[in-house]
Design a protein around this ligand. Structure first.
Ligand code: ADP
Ligand code: MG
Length: 322
């Protein structure tokens, strides 16, 4: 199968490549064309995943397709943007029909659930890797950045932390049979759900936001630095899932929540006056700490004393990344 046939068969004819709002021209020309509505800004993010670095060799292509798109769309969620379109630059060692079919199906499934359309890409031969660029729209001046956290704001997260890190040993060395809890963690790793609804609801309310991809401590460090403030995290408030506690046990579950990456939950700072309305709207919000004057991230015990931070870039599971 030649390059053009491959593109046509697996990607141009995928359900997620049909036309959609704001898409003037999709796959097939030298460029795609997007309309940006008056009063909206285009938000753009790109991510590369490399076999053996960001995902294991022999990974299930369906799960990979889902995950590759989810991690990119999560950046749109973190900005409060609404997804519009994405491109896919795919490098493949060979045109393996089973692999391509599975990958395209996973991609399609995640694209449907995020309401985002495939508008172009590139297909080349080489070691397996994929670069996805996502485009979203956000009302002028309302994007959630990392730099607006204010002293006195609450520090919040959008869900349970550490599940994906808890799944890593199973991702790297699959075993069977799996417990129900292990299945839950693996699903969190392979098909994270970008928190699009939460991100858009936080527009005009949250003072800073990002998606947790490198681990809570590291990512909170990004907000603290960009906003020139200190973030205090109360360890006892960290939301840990039943599944993580069951698979990893207490202390390790905590380490996964603090230092494990890949959760793709939002972390954000919020003036307290907005909390109850957002909670009443049914949005997933856990208050885990607060913003103070100073710098860096501090972890507190229940008496408010500062705890030693786990090693930065904790690599218990041997997953060094960018
Ligand atoms: P060009 O030579 O003009 O760069 P290509 O031959 O690379 O164009 O691609 C032809 C068309 O197919 C373009 O519209 C491109 O965006 C699209 N395309 C190529 N690879 C992919 C892919 N993996 N997924 C989606 N669209 C793709
Ligand atoms: Mg090209």
């Amino acid at each position: 199968m030649g390059e053009f046939e491959l593109i046509r068969h697996y990607f141009a004819s995928a359900a997620c490549a049909r036309s959609g709002e704001g898409i003037v021209l999709g796959i097939g020309d030298d460029c795609a064309l997007l309309d940006v509505a008056v009063g909206q800004q285009l938000s753009v993010s790109t991510d590369t995943l490399v076999e053996g670095v960001h995902f294991p060799h022999q990974a299930d292509p369906y799960l990979l397709g889902q995950r590759a798109l989810a991690v990119s769309v999560s950046d749109l969620a973190a900005m409060g943007a609404q997804p519009v379109a994405f491109t896919l630059a795919l490098t493949l060692p060979s045109a393996d029909a089973n692999w391509l079919q599975g990958f395209a199906r996973g991609l399609d499934q995640m694209a449907e659930s995020c309401a985002i359309r495939l508008i172009g890409g590139d297909t080349t031969r080489g070691p397996l890797s994929m670069t996805l660029t996502v485009f979203g729209q956000v009302p002028q001046g309302q994007a959630l950045t990392r730099s607006g956290a204010q002293v006195g704001d609450l520090l919040c997260v959008g869900g349970e932390l550490g599940d994906a890190a808890g799944a890593l040993p199973l991702v790297l060395e699959p075993t069977t049979p799996l417990s129900a809890a292990a299945e839950v963690l693996l699903a969190r790793y392979w098909s994270p759900r970008p928190q699009l609804e939460l991100g858009q609801a936080l527009r005009g309310k949250a003072s800073a936001a990002l998606d947790i991809s490198d681990g809570l401590l590291a990512d909170c460090g990004h907000i603290a630095k960009a906003s020139a403030v200190a973030l205090l995290i109360e360890q006892a408030r960290l939301p840990l899932s039943e599944a993580l506690r069951a698979v990893a046990g207490g202390p390790q579950a905590l380490r996964c929540a603090l230092s494990g990456g890949d959760d793709y939950r939002l972390a954000f700072t919020l003036p307290e006056q907005h909390l109850s309305a957002l909670e009443q709207a049914g949005l997933p919000i856990w208050v885990i700490g607060r913003v103070e004057a100073g710098e860096g991230v501090t972890l507190l015990d229940e008496q408010g004393r500062s705890l030693p931070l786990p090693e930065h870039g904790y690599q218990h599971f041997g997953n060094p990344r960018d």
